[in-house]
Design a protein around this ligand. Sequence first.
Ligand code: MRU
Length: 364
Amino acid sequence: MRIDGRPYRTLFVADDRWTVQVIDQTRLPFEFALRELQAAEQAADAIRDMVVRGAPLIGITAAYGVALGMRSDATDAGLLRVVELLGATRPTAVNLRWALAHMDSVLRDEPLDGRVARAYVEAARMADEDAAACESIGRHGLALLQRLSAVRGGKTVNVLTHCNAGWLACVDWGTALAPVYAAHDAGIPVHVYVDETRPRNQGAALTAFELGAHGIPYTVLVDNAGGHLMQRGQVDVCIVGSDRTTGSGDVANKIGTYLKALAAKDNGVPFYVALPSSTVDWTMHDGLREIPIEERSPREITHVRGRSDDGALREVEIAAPGSAAANPAFDVTPSRLVTGLITERGVCDASREGLQSLFPEHAQ
Ligand code: MRU
């Protein structure tokens, strides 16, 4: 994707061929800045503090975190330590565990003196694979948006999305936004309703930033407005991302996604979830019971950060002083509320049968 005409990925290796550069998402949308990661501990902090975020990008950052860790200690003990360090950063996005398990299994078979080089090669391969998967998701989702556009006689297709599942959440393209980019680039008029996504406002800050940079019309909504718009026929389709999808099609995504799926069901609005297969947890069958939900700091609820009229970035308190606050970061949308899953291999039902029709290698 391009920023000021320059192509960027969210993560890349610097000219020294070992430092990892990431876009610092805590400074967006007001400042575009890169951050250097030179140690596994810095990669872990970047994931925990949401300098990088979004399920696919968390996984790829962890893979590069392992590579950085191998530079200081490539022994089996060093590998175990770094996998545990990175694995403890965020619990819900399964891409983290998937990436670490892959790096661990590849590196264990590698002689010690070859581990650093191999780790960088593997991490780069996974990054390329993620970008290619997201591009494919875009192509499959484009066909859906083309059909909706035809049904609407060529009038603008209104998409509602929650959180940020765009290129900032991945290596490139995004998941939920990849079809939107593909449609816009193919000349289909699209407009996106962007849920602000309290408490961290990934919609208002990041999705809006991305769409604006690509020239796609969008409107930011408070999180509670989507149902109202759906009742009035103003939303043609919802597309969201996923942090973990069970083998039976239940979907964990940013808190509030479930309520949008309920409103969509009640109003006959198709509700699609876009995800690369690295986000499927084939070991899980019941999302509500099994998917671990991250609980974050109450301060994200009681305080809000933004830019004031003098241009300064400030954090202000918005809750009654001393309020208790609960901050579950994700919720689970049961498969029965999901119209379909848009994956890199095509669109399928949100069900075991649907997923296995596209990924028969995971059939039991
Ligand atoms: O807490 P975040 O910002 O990491 O949560 C991100 C989301 O919930 C995204 O929708 C999800 O990771 C899909 S990203 C392609």
